[in-house]
Ligand binder design. Sequence first.
Ligand code: A2P
Length: 273
Amino acid sequence: MTLDSAPAAEASATEFPVPAGVFAQTVTEVQHYTDRLFRFRITRPPSFRFRSGEFVMIGLPNAEKPVMRAYSIASPSWDEEIEFYSIKVPGGPLTEHLQKIKVGDTVLMRRKSTGTLVNDALLPGKRLWMFATGTGIAPFASIIRDPETYEKFDQLILCHTCREAGELTYGRDLVAALKSDPLVGEMAANLTLYDTLTRQDWPRTGRQTDLMASGKIFADLGVPPISPLDDRGMICGSMDMLRDTKIALEQFGLEEGANNRPATFVVEKAFVD
Ligand code: A2P
């Protein structure tokens, strides 16, 4: 793991003009977890507002028409900076370059964020299940740092499944740090991280979908199986994972909601490249 951190620098001059509707922000921190994953932070424009769980298009000022991709914002809406958690796709039009960014570099960010993984799209409930694989944990990094989530739900369960142990570090560090967070530290006692691996030995192994089907996840957590009365779900991962987890939640009787029609679960895509 490498950490590149320094005080925010002034935005470096860009070779190309900044497109309309886009902010040019400065990288303040970069941390690499594995050869597939890294996190970075950028300065936050004072006028930029978003709801925890939303995504925004980002890119690099390296072309007249820069490649922009949707990234979930991993920092909470009260944070002074903006954080992103990214995969590195070999040959990926954006991540191939993005993974090389350094403190002081410029990142482009659209002025408007959007998304369905927001508290407003869910009906109130007792328990919030957040299902993530890989970098799909990013929007939940925002949501579990938002006091509103703890006001709306009695219990939060963050499920994170990855291939290998190094890929769980981001979520583990995040939840550990949350316990001493001045804003949500006390409330975070209601949050449980349930992480599993699929391609390495580990105390807990298996896909979330299989662990729900077998009932093991409920037994491990000491909670009843998911029910439309008490439980709410948010899903973020690959296309296949979204589809399979959605089917699993529908089998428990949950219904997909949206911003204009809140229901018992919502789905997001965390795709890059
Ligand atoms: P597996 O190793 O069995 O494929 P990826 O990096 O490919 O997005 O995968 C991240 C994690 O998501 C892996 O642990 C992977 O398990 C799991 N996964 C992949 N597809 C699905 C799916 N359809 N449903 C649930 N989990 C999945």
